[in-house]
Design a protein around this ligand. Structure first.
Ligand code: UD1
Ligand code: CA
Length: 462
């Protein structure tokens, strides 16, 4: 069984950020979550994450994304371990921080940097397979780059075996002319790794313990070092600056939009459409320009999502229309419903089949029955509405009494007149009607008419 170590203690100086680099988000997920997704494909026994900068937040990010991955695939259940590297004295120092934990592990240990979000599980698998097949003590993943500036170069001897790794700042002009670089992905035999770690020094331009020195030290101890040159630099290289982060964002976004289009989704303007990786969209749905769809969202087939709309963690059925400028979060919309323009659904709104939620309507934690309509200027919070209910313009469920959130229940076939205030907790029985401007403070029995308090002229002004 394989163990994995993710190096995630660094701040990431080149990001010019107060936030640890691995917490910066790509396609809606922290960088380290992308790495975790790849290492899960190895079905590892344990995952050690080395944390330092913002250790608590990084640990939380790793735990959260692991939970989600385990939810998706309950067969995978790696042991999560966190190792603190109090001072960041280099990648070799980071691995050394975990030395005590590694002593009784059998390995192999796959080490990856937490800042290389596009790395794929299949690449890690090939690395481990090669490691076994060649009976190596360490196998290093490398890649050829047109412009290797900034990366650690791989210097090979005439037989193609590793001589040494040289960081940019330590290299001679000949070294720096080499286009093959290490990508901070390794498979190690654990005892051999531990033997070499102790011999690392800080005798280099950055005064750090370089993990890249370990293969050479292992070789000096008669161990077998393998190099596996990967074909795609794009996949294996880390993010160092916010420019690279935005580049990757664009690439991932393109990849996702192409996948969706190839599967039968119309995307009118890919240049202005933002759809996160985990989003599913059904056949013949149409996504208009300037739409953002985030989180774990699912949209059925034959839907129309109009412009300037943002959807996050939504579950949308088939044949739903979301008109211009809606914000929908953590909500479900059933088949054939129509939302917006300018509607806001949040925190547990459930819109029934063929229901209509119109302009300037906010719905929170409410269940809206089949065929029910709230077309204008309304707040529905903590409410349960039956089927075929009509909500007049300006209706408010007064759900908050200053202390508690109270519930409103409106049964089937009720007609709520414009500007009705429903003071919760309150129930309106089926088939009832409220007049315009009613303030409903008591339960209404079925099939009743509730008339508002009519306004009276109090005094002449002039
Ligand atoms: C490293 C390699 C370089 C390689 C490049 C590929 C070394 C010395 N250099 O350089 O050869 O080409 O990756 O992307 O290994 N980290 C810690 N603790 C530390 C330092 C770093 O946990 O003390 C973590 C960082 O959080 C990061 C990863 O290790 O996730 C890599 O560190 P980074 O500083 O980005 O290394 P590079 O300079 O890119
Ligand atoms: Ca890096």
């Amino acid at each position: 069984m394989t163990d994995v170590m993710i190096l995630a203690a660094g701040l990431g100086t080149r990001m010019k950020s107060r936030r640890a680099k691995v917490l910066h988000e790509l396609a809606g997920l922290p960088l380290v979550a992308h790495v975790l997704r790849a290492v899960f494909k190895l079905n590892p026994e344990a995952i050690f994450t080395v944390v330092g900068h913002q250790a608590e937040e990084v640990e939380r990010a790793v735990r959260n994304s692991a939970l989600r991955l385990i939810e998706a695939n309950p067969a995978a259940s790696p042991e999560l371990q966190f190792v603190t590297q109090t001072e960041q004295k280099g990648t070799g120092h980071a691995v050394r921080a975990a030395r005590a934990r590694l002593a009784d592990r059998r390995g192999p240990l796959v080490v990856v940097a937490g800042d290389a979000p596009l790395i794929e599980g299949s690449t890690l698998r090939t690395l481990v397979d090669t490691h076994h097949a060649e009976k190596n003590d360490v196998t290093m993943l490398t890649v050829m780059m047109d412009d290797p500036t900034g990366y650690g170069r791989i210097i090979r001897d005439e037989n193609g075996s590793l001589l040494r790794c040289v960081e940019q700042r330590d290299g001679s002009p000949e070294d720096l002319a080499v286009r093959e670089v290490g990508v901070s992905v390794y498979s190690f035999d654990i005892p051999a790794l531990l033997g070499a770690l102790d011999r690392l020094t800080t005798d280099n331009a950055q005064g750090e313990y370089y993990l890249t020195d370990v293969p050479r030290l292992m070789q000096e101890q008669g161990k077998r070092v393998g190099l596996l040159c990967h074909s795609s630099a794009e996949e294996v290289l880390g993010v160092n600056t916010r420019i690279e982060l935005a580049d990757l964002e664009r690439k991932l976004r393109d990849r996702k939009l192409r996948e969706l289009m190839l599967s039968g989704v119309t995307i009118i303007d890919p240049a202005t459409t933002y759809i996160h990786q985990d989003v599913e969209v059904g056949q013949d749905s149409v996504i208009n320009p300037q739409v953002i769809i985030e989180g774990a969202s699912r949209i059925g087939s034959g839907c129309i999502i109009q412009s300037w709309t943002r959807l996050k963690n939504v579950d949308i059925g088939n044949g739903v229309t979301v008109r211009n400028s809606c914000v929908v979060e953590d909500s479900a919309i059933r088949d054939g419903a129509t939302i917006g323009p300018f509607a806001r659904l949040r925190a547990g709104a459930q819109i029934g089949e063929k229901a209509g939620i119109g302009n300037f309507v906010e719905v929170k934690k409410s269940k809206i029955g089949r065929g029910t309509k709230a077309s204008h200027l309304t707040y529905l919070g903590d409410a349960t509405l039956g089927e075929r209910v009509n909500i007049g313009a300006g209706t408010v469920t007064c759900n908050y009494d200053g202390v508690r959130k109270n519930e409103t229940i409106i049964e089937d076939d009720v007609k709520i007149g414009s500007d009705t205030m429903l003071v919760a907790p309150v129930r309106v029985g089926h088939g009832s009607v409220t007049g315009a401007g009613s303030v409903v403070i008591k339960d209404v029995p079925p099939d009743s008419l509730v008339a508002g308090v009519p306004a009276v002229v109090k005094k002449k002004l002039r």
